[in-house]
Design a binder for this molecule. Structure first.
Ligand SMILES: [Zn+2]
Length: 315
């Protein structure tokens, strides 16, 4: 949806409230008190009233806007901008477009939306032929981290991100085509590059029947035990774009996104950015209106499941 179309569909706070109420009903409003599913809508107070026990729940209750006091229009516009297939917007840019004074409030909206996006994608696993590799994303250092700065791949300024992408060989590719086509992908920030950590992430993300292509890193040695087939190859740097073409394109594009949006993002917030990148990439070919799709998702979530920072105890 173009921004001009968005403004036509949602010109006012009221138009957003009406749409969000429709989406909540479509998702199914459940009484938290007695579990009943039929409600009356009370437009003046913006509450649903349970037809069984008369419990009142606000329109924002149990949604991404739970406990938020910011206008529905802000949330709608942020979701619209963040589902734009062609561009990525920083929280600062979204704040500017909303004309809101407090950056912190808008940044929180953005992180919550990205968290919900990540939760949605975590419901799916990858299958078929999968390219796997990992890369390092530059992050800012934790304010409380006083340990000496390490060099190389263990540096506290480099975060480890395995990238897994469904990549299928193309029959008789034309000269301009790549030898493989791409489907879904996942990027997951991890605290270290131990084989045990990567094995766990891969097992949670990829079907057992999958065929996995990797380089010859010892991090992947155990993949043959977990998946139908594991092809580990020693890949010279000049061959990488042929052997693992899509995983490296994805890494390159994700890094561009991150550098455009936020320099020195803190490790605890890093996962939210790959979440947005993967969500868009996973839907760009199949869903004509990502705004509506994501809006439905935001109406029915457990607010306590919105985690926009990674578990610090595992860092
Ligand atoms: Zn009830």
């Amino acid at each position: 949806m173009k921004l001009s179309d968005f403004d036509k569909h949602y010109p006012t706070e009221k138009s957003c409230i009406i749409r969000f109420k429709e989406m909540c009903i479509q998702s199914g409003v459940v009484c938290p008190h007695c579990g009943h599913r039929e409600h009356l809508w009370l437009p003046d107070s913006m509450h649903f009233e349970c037809k069984s026990c008369h419990h009142l729940q606000s329109l924002r209750s149990g949604t991404i806007m739970h406990s938020s006091k910011l206008p529905f229009l802000y949330w709608f516009k942020a979701i619209h901008l963040m589902t734009s297939p062609k561009k990525t917007f920083s929280a600062l840019e979204i704040q500017r477009r909303l004309g809101h004074k407090r950056y912190q409030s808008i940044r929180e909206i953005c992180h919550k939306i990205r968290s919900v996006i990540g939760l949605r994608d975590s419901e799916y696993t990858l299958s078929g032929m999968i390219e796997v590799d990992e890369d390092f994303f530059s992050t800012g250092r934790d304010d409380h981290d006083n340990t000496p700065l390490k060099r190389g791949r263990d540096s506290q300024k480099k975060s480890k991100v395995p990238v897994m992408i469904e990549s299928h060989e193309v029959d008789n590719p034309k000269n301009t085509e790549k030898p493989k086509s791409v489907n879904h992908l996942k990027m997951i920030v991890i605290p270290d590059l131990k084989a045990q950590t990567i094995n766990s992430v891969a097992q949670n993300s990829i079907e057992q029947e999958a065929v996995i292509d990797t380089d010859a890193s010892t991090s992947y040695t155990a993949f043959a035990n977990y998946f139908a087939q594991h092809n580990a190859s020693v890949i010279p740097p000049q061959e990488i774009s042929k052997a693992l073409p899509w995983v490296h394109i994805a890494i390159s594009n994700a890094k561009t996104l991150l550098s455009d949006m936020h320099h020195g993002v803190k490790l605890e917030f890093l996962q939210s950015y790959p979440n947005e990148f993967c969500y868009k990439m996973n839907r760009i070919r199949i869903q004509p209106n990502p705004f509506d799709r994501l809006l439905v998702v935001t109406t029915n979530i457990n607010p306590t499941s919105i985690i926009y920072s990674i578990d610090r105890s595992k860092i």
